[in-house]
Design a protein around this ligand. Sequence first.
Ligand code: TRP
Length: 473
Amino acid sequence: MTDCLGDGAGDMTPMDLYEKLTSQGDTVRTLKTEKAAKADIDAAVQLLLKLKVDYKQVTGQDYKTGCPPSECAVSQDNGPAADGEDMVDPWNVSTTNAKGVDYDKLIVRFGSSKIDQELVDRIERVSGQKAHRFLRRGIFFSHRDMHQVLDTYEKNKSFYLYTGRGPSSDALHMGHLIPFIFTKWLQDTFDIPLVIQLTDDEKYLWKDLSLEDCHRYTMENAKDIIACGFDINKTFIFSDLDYMGASPDFYRNVVKVQKHVTFNQVKGIFGFGDSDCIGKIAFPAIQAAPSFSSSFPQIFKGRKDVQCLIPCAIDQDPYFRMTRDVAPRIGYPKPALLHSTFFPALQGAQTKMSASDANSSIFLTDTPKQIKNKVNKHAFSGGKDTVEEHRKYGGNPDVDVSFMYLTFFLEDDEQLEKIRQDYASGALLTGELKKRLIETLQPMITSHQERRKQVTEETVKQFMTPRPLNYSF
Ligand code: TRP
């Protein structure tokens, strides 16, 4: 083993030290698992301890695995959640709180900004449109640099939207629609181009699926996305498996990002370990690349400087913290973000809807009868056990899943507020609340199914062909 103690910590940056410490930690673990000689292990541990002292001296902080030094932008990461904290990363969402994840705390942990009333008012002023109910009700609750996007727009400069989906099954549920419903509103409101990434490569790397399956899910999911009403003249949808090979400019940006992010950084951000396949480790660069307009020369005519805005659920933020850290180093603007809360599972807001648990989700393929049965049988209720008690004490809308779903989908603010008050006072019973929800969801899903039926293979092909959109850049 080489001795890297000699030169001390003198001219090392906090990030260098952090990386050295992380790899020294790995070395110690490897030596221990391989049952190396005691003297070797002791020497490696000594070096580790020395590096920890240096790290504390240089940064003023204790070294924590998975938490890079805080002056580095990517490190505004939560790291693994401490005991009792909500768990939120691209693969897991859970909390012990029946009201759901504490989103204000998440804003602090992720270092993003709250979408406050002032920002909602400004969006209305600048766009000349009433804010979408997702903004009025705090469903899109957090952002990065949205004011900057509005500044750009006010100067009559364009920006573009980027969102995506990992196609892991045919079965989309209602939660999957949230970012797309909102993105459609943004596209209509600001009249701007949109790119949608379908990460079939990601799902192949993470799940036990064949490449063919992932690609097939891409094509099927594209139909559901198109059924949300996107404008074919303003929207480009792409499969990573197809577009990576077809677009030299896209791949060049992937490689640029890959060169500027270290293994230790992705370890810190995503928690990758030594036994994760290298495809996973390289993947974040592929999700980063669409944030740069030069990845789409057919749309932006080679321009590198068109500002990107990404609407997504907050669990995708780690990818874009990384992207924002890299962007200035490769000469591109940082993408701005709008983050949504999660769509709660039927059983309660402790976790989000999951496609792999049929009873936790309402699927876009469910029949009106299935919707009715699922809501009646599985939607967690904040009501009281008996009608008498409910009338006397009232229900709790804050933990009631039917009420939460209505906040996502019932357009009328006054009706929603009346339902809240009546439920809380006990005037409205759980069965009646569920009936309201069922009546809201059934027509919504039926009309989605009708629109999806209209989407032909030919339409999908058009949306997915690299081509100029209706904008001149
Ligand atoms: N990783 C996302 C998922 O698994 C898919 C995705 C790719 C995405 N690019 C995105 C989501 C941009 C939101 C915004 O669903």
